[in-house]
Ligand binder design. Structure first.
Ligand code: 5GP
Length: 114
């Protein structure tokens, strides 16, 4: 079980965000500090999973649903191409321990992966 995080508060409606996509189990909203022309966070509504490894083990269908939402966002906000990033663990840059996919799109540095 992930500890209470800022994303849990966003899911609970305690912190307002612009919802860009929503399914029964997933929401997407813009990153507050965008690192690309399109930078959207896709998160599950459940607070159960701290990172993508836990999610893949616990509910792979939910992970697949998040990836479907990422594609939909890339279709709507860019040309359909996107980069998907899951920071996993503090030393890899993860700061919020509620699993989230960074969807990066637009004019990306061709081979810049960090
Ligand atoms: P991480 O570093 O854990 O992979 O990514 C966390 C992301 O959440 C960061 O890119 C950060 O800018 C974003 N973020 C943190 N707090 C908020 C917030 O309150 N609202 C939004 N929209 N994004 C946030």
């Amino acid at each position: 079980m992930a500890a209470e995080t800022i994303f849990g508060k966003i899911v609970a409606g305690e912190i307002p965000v612009e919802i860009l996509a929503e399914t029964k189990r997933v929401i997407a909203f813009p990153d507050i500090s965008p690192q690309a022309p399109v930078h959207i966070l896709v998160i599950p509504k459940t607070t159960e999973y701290a990172n993508v490894t836990e999610l893949a083990e616990g509910d792979p269908a939910l992970l697949a649903e998040m990836i479907g939402v990422a594609q939909q966002l890339a279709d709507e906000h860019a040309n359909g191409d996107y980069r998907l990033l899951f920071n996993t663990g503090a030393s890899a840059g993860q700061t919020v321990f509620h699993v989230h996919a960074h969807v990066l799109a637009g004019e990306l540095e061709e081979r810049s992966l960090v």
